[in-house]
Design a protein around this ligand. Structure first.
Ligand code: PLP
Length: 362
């Protein structure tokens, strides 16, 4: 059976090989007599699963030894509070606003810290303000950017080099929707966080990768289960971790390694996104509203010029096994999320449908 292609923004497509392996292990993991969901997180079986997942993620992203990898819960929105609780010391933090998710992060951080917007694309949506123009406060504890705006389809193709701008402030990135699709330059980053439910696996797991020296300064109001020092001190097992999600994430990490690692994911993302944007740009029937230099390789929002045809487009797509293409409700139109698990064949099938639909209605 050929599964449909799933363009959901998250929770999203998971590699079929990963789903099949998880299904095969469901009742009995490696002869242990237990499914992973039934195991103690402190038992040797699960400890091995978690240690391998962490080790594989460290290898895939070339995470340096002075960074801790934490497995948490609470999602990206949880981190919008947990990061300022841990890093702000109640003082100044700077944000760059490039779309819906950075806006949400700003609103949440205001509850814990003195927030300033160092730069914003509000006057030019679909672009990324040039880092040379950002107003960075030397006393800020960190600078937050959303490195891939899932709703707006805006991506940083290179992380800003704050040191080159004369700033020592650590950069915090919300990389929820493009983690593992490209390498991360850790010399530019103090903390990276990501919900797992896009490029990694099931919802319920949040990954935080944080430089050692940024740990240990949590505000007194920080819940212990979200204090990075406490979580790191317990090897992400202070409270019961999301065991199933960690296990499936581990399978995905092994799948990525077998595919050729992050470099292979990067090349695939380049190929798939180029194919899709080329089809959109070639037809007057469709429009992308994101500046070419800032176009996301993971989330591709687009519009039919005649929006009265939206329902017909989506219905035809569904008939062809192309699922979840409806745009986010705040934006409208369409969105194709082409995460690591969406194969190039899925994008080719979408392009075929784009062309067929335009020929029929154009
Ligand atoms: C970039 C980004 N940040 C944060 C979130 C929020 O994640 P969660 O729903 O896990 O809290 C999302 C979810 O789509 C996202 O795309």
């Amino acid at each position: 059976m050929q599964r449909p292609f799933n363009f959901s923004a998250g929770p999203a497509s998971i590699p079929e090989a990963v789903l099949r392996e998880a299904a095969a292990d469901m009742l009995d993991w490696h002869g242990s007599g237990m499914g992973v969901m039934e195991m103690s997180h402190r038992g040797k079986e699960f400890m091995q699963i978690a240690a391998e997942a962490e080790g594989d993620l460290r290898e895939l992203l070339a995470v340096p030894a002075n960074f801790r990898i934490l497995f948490l819960q609470g999602g990206g929105l949880g981190e919008n509070a947990i990061v300022p609780m841990n890093l702000s010391r109640g003082g100044a933090v700077d944000f760059v606003q490039t779309g819906s998710w950075s806006k949400k992060s700003i609103a949440e951080a205001r509850r814990y810290a003195d927030v300033a917007i160092a730069a914003s694309n509000a006057a030019a949506p679909g672009t990324i303000p040039d880092p040379a123009t950002w107003s960075l406060r030397p006393r800020a504890s960190y600078v937050h950017v959303c490195s891939n705006e899932t709703i707006d389809g805006v991506e940083f193709h290179a992380l800003p080099d704050l040191k080159a701008l004369g700033s020592d402030t650590p950069l915090v990135i919300d990389c929820s929707s493009h983690i593992l699709s490209r390498a991360i330059d850790w010399s530019r980053v103090g903390l990276a966080f990501a919900g797992a439910q896009k490029n990694i696996g099931p919802a319920g797991l949040t990954i935080v990768i944080v430089r050692d020296d940024l740990i240990g300064h949590a505000l007194p109001i920080t819940p212990s289960a979200f204090d990075y020092k406490v979580v790191a001190g317990h090897g992400s097992m202070f409270n019961t971790p999301p065991t199933w999600a960690i296990y499936v994430a581990g399978l995905t990490f092994k799948w990525i390694k077998a595919q050729g690692g992050v470099a292979a994911m990067d090349a695939r993302a380049a190929e798939k996104s180029a194919l899709l944007y080329a089809a959109l740009d070639a037809s007057p029937f469709y429009a992308s509203r994101v500046a070419p230099a800032a176009r996301s390789r993971m989330n591709v929002p687009f519009f039919l010029r005649d929006e009265s045809l939206n329902d017909a487009f989506l219905a035809g797509a569904r008939e062809r096994g192309l699922l979840a293409l409806k745009g986010h409700k705040s934006v409208g139109g369409m969105r194709a999320s082409i995460y690591n698990a969406v194969p190039v064949e899925g994008v080719q099938a979408l392009v075929t449908w784009l062309n067929e639909f335009a020929a029929r209605h154009g």
